[in-house]
Design a protein around this ligand. Structure first.
Ligand SMILES: [Zn+2]
Ligand SMILES: [Zn+2]
Length: 140
């Protein structure tokens, strides 16, 4: 159940060099099991909240970007390595933010799992959320 409000969401990286604020509700929230997220985070999946770019502002510091694919770039803290944002040039006005870099991740509720084709075999899901094997056209 989404328990987001229109209050400002605050977050930042582990070392505190980067802080951000988000205003408004996420378009969608997804657990991504793709291999690029796994490599970039060192974790079995990453939970992303999608916003329009103008909902997010960096109030302290700026991420460093790495091009992780032809269309995608990942923003992280160059001091502590925390994964913060993802941008895809095919969706130029959207930005994904790592939910667990937020100060209160429990204030958001994920909508679905994606890229479960590369879900690690020792991750067992029973949260009842829809899951999609890849980024097919039926993904919301
Ligand atoms: Zn940092
Ligand atoms: Zn991913």
């Amino acid at each position: 159940m989404p328990i987001e409000t229109d209050k400002v969401i605050r977050g930042g990286c582990l070392c505190g060099a980067i802080r951000y604020q988000i205003v408004g509700i996420a378009k969608s929230i997804a657990h991504c099991h793709c291999k690029l997220c796994q490599k970039a985070s060192g974790a079995p999946f990453v939970t992303w909240a999608t916003y329009t770019t103008n909902q997010l502002i960096f109030v302290k510091g700026k991420p460093t970007y790495f091009n992780s694919s032809a269309q995608g770039k990942r923003g992280f803290c160059s001091a502590c390595g925390t994964a913060l944002v993802f941008e895809n040039s095919d969706y130029y006005n959207e930005i994904d933010v790592t939910v667990c870099s937020m100060d209160c991740p429990d204030n958001l509720w994920p909508d679905y799992h994606i890229w479960t084709v590369s879900q690690r075999r020792w991750i067992h899901l029973n949260d009842g959320l829809p899951s999609y094997i890849d980024a097919g056209l039926d993904v919301p």
